[in-house]
Each structure stands twice: as C-alpha cells, then as structure tokens.
Design a protein around this ligand. Structure first.
Ligand code: SAM
Length: 286
C-alpha cells in the first residue's frame, strides 16, 4: 500500500468529470480533501462557474511535502488556501467556520459550500461518518472512492445494506462515473467510482434512534426482518412476555406494509426510515 493512499489521478477527462459533477456556481466555496499535486484543484480553478465570478478553494493535504509543493504552486492564487493536516480532524470545524464566515467575497450560505476529493480509500468509512454527523451539511459532495463501496452506498432493494441505510439517511447518492485503476499512478488494486451526494436539508427522523435501529435491522442480513428485530429485544425484555413483544413487532411491520418474513435487504430507504420512527423505542426499551 502506498503512503497515505497516494494514487494520483492522471486522466484529465475523469478529472473533468469530477469538476462537472460539482456543478460550480459563482461564489461557491469548495473544500477539497487530499489535493495531492493539485491537478483537481487546478481544474476547479480554471472551470468557469455559472454566474461569472470566481470560487474559493480550501484544500486539506496531510502530506507535509505535498502541502509545501501546493503552497508554492498556488502562491499567486488568493482564492486558493492550502491547509496542512488531517482532513478527518479538520473538516467538522472547518465546515462550521466556513459557514460562519462574514467575508463579503464569500458566502455564509450553506447552499454554496461543496466538498470534493479523490480521497484515499482508507479514510472512506470514517469520512462518511463525519459527513453524516455534520450539523450543517454542504449542498453537494463529490468523492472518488472504491467502486464496490460506491455501489454499496447507492444500493436499492433487493440489495439494501447497512452502509446504504447509513448514507441514504442524510443524502441522496448517485454514481456519476467510473475510473479504472489504470488511470492512477501508481495504480491501486481496485477500480474507483465518482459518487455525488446531495445532502437533505433536514433529517426526516432522529439520527440516534435511526442509527441504533439500522444496526439491529442489518445485524444478521440473512435472517428475516422479524428475527433480527426480535433478537434485539429478546434479551432486553426479560420481565414482559416474549410472545407479546413479538406480536407487537409483527403488528407494527404490517401496519406499514412490511412483510415480517422479508429480509432487510428488501426494504426501501423510505420503509427503513419509517420503521425506525415507529418502532425504535419499542424495540430498544419495550
Ligand atoms: N487529489 C489527488 C489526485 O487526484 O491525484 C490525490 C489523490 S490521492 C488518492 C489522496 C491524497 O490524499 C494524497 O495526496 C494524500 O497525501 C492525501 N491524504 C491522505 N490522507 C489524508 C488525510 N487524512 N487528510 C488529508 N489528506 C490526506
């Protein structure tokens, strides 16, 4: 494995595809994760945004040498800021402070903050967690990640899974292109996909309850929905009757049109959200 997941994207068409997916508008503030040698950064810089005036780029690079290189490369660009550090640590505060900024050139409007990155694979899981937990979400996120992971995130029934249920809780994901491993230097072991996530303006239900619920729901994906849910309450409901709790779950599933014998992978994201609202308290604290 390369240091810090450093696989640099050389294919200019694919870089163009990432920039196109960002749907740049005048006044946008773009946070880039892992700019490397700055090819994507440069491409964003030269992409004329709709509306005329320029955009601001804040690029976070962990590698000290690359950060030095980037500062030199973009030393004349007042709209490009290079931050040396770990994006996983910096991002939450950076997003908040960027949204709070009162600089007249840039915007404090959440709608204009976007995140982009051809990210190292090793940060994908944790980054998604951070993005999901951001109180104020950017309007758009475009990431190049491992192809199989992107496909799992975008999955629909009958291929729903824990990752899809987590990501689709706060955003609508879409794969907008694929990048074969040969387009990188050095080439990674797997192909990549460009994934575009449009965060929802507001959460449709409580996130704590929801995340607890989907962990229970997908704990054993080969089991039926009913068995997963029942297994989660069985050992907790010691004093009340097991059979009564089981029937209560069946009734609630039927109420919202879900076959208790179906597998969790067959649920749509809407059904999962709905189930988590109606049932979470009963399952966890009945
Ligand atoms: N954007 C460049 C490109 O497309 O060629 C580089 C992509 S490379 C896959 C990932 C980049 O992220 C590397 O430059 C690496 O040093 C940087 N990186 C790795 N871990 C990081 C982290 N935790 N925070 C910020 N940058 C990181």
């Amino acid at each position: 494995m390369t240091k810090l997941g450093q696989h640099f994207l050389l294919n200019k068409k694919k870089i163009g595809k990432i920039v196109e997916a960002l749907d740049l508008k005048s006044g946008d503030v773009v946070i880039e994760i892992g700019p490397g040698h700055g090819e994507l950064t440069e491409s964003i810089k030269y992409h004329p945004p709709v509306g005329g005036s320029s955009i601001k780029i804040i690029a976070i690079e962990k590698d000290e040498n690359l950060a030095d290189f980037l500062r030199e490369k973009f030393s004349q660009d007042k709209n490009i800021e290079i931050i040396e550090g770990d994006a996983l640590k910096i991002l939450p505060n950076l997003v908040n402070s960027t949204l709070r900024t009162s600089d007249v050139h840039w915007t404090s409007d959440v709608q204009k903050l976007k995140i982009v990155g051809n990210i190292p694979y090793y940060i994908t899981g944790y980054l998604f967690r951070i993005l999901g937990e951001l109180e104020n979400k950017p309007s758009l996120i475009v990431l190049t990640i491992q192809k199989e992971v992107a496909q799992r995130i975008c999955a629909k029934p009958p291929k729903m899974n824990l990752l899809a249920a987590s990501a689709q809780f706060w955003a609508e994901p879409k794969i907008v292109g694929y990048v074969p491993k040969k387009d990188f230097r050095p080439a990674p072991k797997v192909d990549s996909a460009i994934i575009k996530l449009k965060p929802f303006a507001t959460a449709s239900c409580s996130s704590d309850k929801y995340y607890k619920f989907i962990k229970i729901l997908f704990k054993q994906p080969r089991k039926t929905i009913l068995n997963n849910l029942v297994a989660s309450i069985k050992h907790q409901v010691v004093s009340t009757g097991y059979q009564a709790s089981r029937e209560k779950i069946i009734k609630k599933l039927q109420e919202i049109g879900v076959d208790p014998q179906a597998r969790p992978q067959n649920l749509s994201i809407e059904q999962i959200k709905e189930l988590s609202k109606i049932t979470a308290i009963d399952f966890l604290a009945a």
